[in-house]
Design a protein around this ligand. Sequence first.
Ligand SMILES: C[S@@+](CC[C@H](N)C(=O)[O-])C[C@H]1O[C@@H](n2cnc3c(N)ncnc32)[C@H](O)[C@@H]1O
Length: 468
Amino acid sequence: MSLKKGAEVSLTIEGAAFKGKGVGKIDGLAIFVPGTMPGDIVKARIIKRKKNYREAKLLEIEQPSPDRIDPICQHAKVCGGCSWQHVPYEKQLQFKTQQVTDHIRRIGGLETPVLPALGSESSLYYRNKMEYSVSTKRWLTEEEIHSDEYVDDSGFAAGLHAPGRFDKILNLKECHLQRKESFEILDFVRNYCVKNGLEAYNTFEKTGYLRHVMIRTSYHTEDFMVNLVTFKDEPDTISKLSDTLLKEFPVITTIVNNVNDQISPTAVGRFENVIHGPGFIRDQIGEFEFKIHPNAFFQTNTAQAEKLYEVARNYADLKDGDIVYDLYCGVGTLSLFMSQKASKVLGIELVDVAVENAKFNASENKVENVSFIKGDMKDVFTQEMVNEFGAPDVLITDPPRAGMHPDVVARLCELKVPRMVYVSCDSSTMARDLKILSEVYDVIEVQPVDMFPQTYHVEAVAKLRLKQ
Ligand SMILES: C[S@@+](CC[C@H](N)C(=O)[O-])C[C@H]1O[C@@H](n2cnc3c(N)ncnc32)[C@H](O)[C@@H]1O
């Protein structure tokens, strides 16, 4: 069979692979097909030819997997938000566990036990933050593209970016990632703008008014924030819109207006106006309370973040008086989590605002034994720093997706920390780093934690102990 680009093939999907794509084999060659799941028999077209595999576009599901379910959302096929809605949640967890196990075995070369992924108590409506975008350019549906009629893609679209497109917005008619008022507010704002002549921002012409609608909700309190991100600072316009919103949605406790009059497409404004309420929401992770401002980082699935940090704290096996290092500490949540038994905790982080937030969070929670250092890990995490702060009894590392810089991994091997915990949002780079660390440390156990149901993403926590 020809497996050239453009060839149409029929195959059985046998596994769930990288980025949630289904994978099957033809004559021993792996074919990756997005939008499928194990057990599906599909027709697909080869779109990319690589030496050892092919990538294909799904044309038709000839026979669905007996496990396949109907997605709850009409946008599931096109929207980048939930690529696994056709997979039952129990199966999603199995695939995630398998993915982490494969990485640990194949990339890490380790036989370490991998426990079943810890599932989220709700597999929908679990996000505490949604950042919807607004644009004059609407993403067309397959039917519209193939229709004989002329379809106008301009207007006022509010929703999520079409996968891989910075300029086109999928005009959402429903969304199940955040509690139901979240989508209702987006829909209301869209209708209000159209009715009152408030234009969507036009990325190319740099005109229009509304750019994003960000909604932050709290898991532990009743706080509810709407952040309207606009291109222009128009006090009258925003106050009329806010008054109407408050009347319609009494659940809202604060409204903020970020004004982003710059080209960059972010929801972070050059300045911010607090229109109603305190300008932040309060939430809790474990025993700590956080004041969350519109653009502060906060874990998006609060309940699962608590589980993740609990696993990390158990693996750390803290003893009274421990010196703890928290590498890549972000806003210091893990540092706080580790602070109670420790004599002192040092968090290290690259981003300025994150370090400011971390200091703020520590002082708000009256935690005095944590300190934070700003800098690039490979430059600031030195022997001199360790001499100054004291050798760590426990070290937590939670690097970004790319994993740790090789110099940092080498330093950890030299440092010989008695107890170490590796938290990761990409088990393939974690496995790469663990392979090197395993020369000096035993990798005892790995626990995957599912923070993002309906997606292929999974966090994993590894417990390491210095070899005897
Ligand atoms: C996965 S997040 C960790 C979040 C944090 N542990 C938490 O639970 O909230 C990774 C963090 O590493 C930081 N980071 C990325 N590159 C870095 C570097 N080279 N040096 C230090 N920190 C870095 C990022 O800014 C980010 O806050």
